[in-house]
Design a protein around this ligand. Sequence first.
Ligand code: NAD
Length: 359
Amino acid sequence: MDRILVLPGDGIGPEVTREARRVLEAVAERHGRKLAFEEGLIGGASIDAAGTPLADDVVELARECGAVLLGAVGGPRWDDMPVDTRPEKGLLRIRKELGLFANLRPATVFPALSGASSLRPEVVEGIDMLVVRELTGGIYFGEPRGRALVEGVREARNTMVYDEVEVRRIGRVAFEAARGRRRHVTHVHKANVLEVSQLWMEVVDELAGDYPDVELHHQLVDSCAMLLVREPARFDVIVTGNLFGDILSDEAAMITGSLGMLPSASLGEGGVGLYEPVHGSAPDIAGQDLANPLATILSAAMLLEHSLAAPEAAAEVRDAVSRVLSDGHRTADLILGGDGEALGCRQMGDRVLEALAAS
Ligand code: NAD
């Protein structure tokens, strides 16, 4: 029996996680897997009920389950609270408590949605990449950091630091992921000026020896940013540190077009994982059955793949989503120029379930 903790959160979180859960239940049944779902509070919902954005017993439950499906947190109701007690703190805490050092963001263009990208359709065709970003180290956490007044002049500093253990473990995630894909890893760096990047190069090169079946390229971060908009389909797996990954994963995601379609996974040691859509809680459409649940459904597919070791079930979910889109079904956010009839969140979930059942 596999246990999954669902943390719906705020805004559209409860609507989109409900649909993803239905899809998980259906696909598990097809594969004879038994799933046990737990539910917990996070973000504003937890602040209202328990006075904290994430309670200790929810953290404990997350550790026991090992796989967490999260909706989104935040909303205008809690915007005036002090930074330390706001809904987003719940998200930061659970990532930290679960030791999630690897962030995986696939960027795929479903053929039926190629018109949604800001790039020309012939450039977008065939995009299917995965950005693997180191999440717990690098310049966002390095010491010393801070501000100072030096002889009347304001100064600020941050430190980019990685050790080889951190680089090796994120590198392994990338090489392993590439084995389930097109067997190509691009390591993104700035080794012409940064010693930290030179260490990454060395360690990634050493690691490549364990993966002779995977091709490795090193790419400077500035040229990678250009290639992502010029020739995005050339990339398979991109692996990089926290700072470069933060920027490039947003760039890669946005060339696919729609916020409502982007899933993510954050992984820690031993297969523990947190799966969530890239979008926020969308308070402007919350509670109206207007949200697109596909990013969360695709996040559930990542959960099947990475936490439940069920890649075939994951592929079935992705295929079902692809078929629903090629059959012309759209939620409001996917309708360009306002043409066509929009499905609600629940109806879109129904279509995915039907496509699964028909496969
Ligand atoms: P957002 O992603 O919530 O919304 C941006 C726009 O995209 C809105 O117009 C929204 O309606 C639309 N949208 C987003 N997801 C959609 C979906 N699934 N289907 C249809 N339309 C969708 O970003 P925002 O408006 O900047 O932030 C709203 C709240 O969400 C804030 O409180 C913010 O802090 C929080 N937020 C949370 C997360 C998270 O939980 N990981 C991430 C980003 C923002």
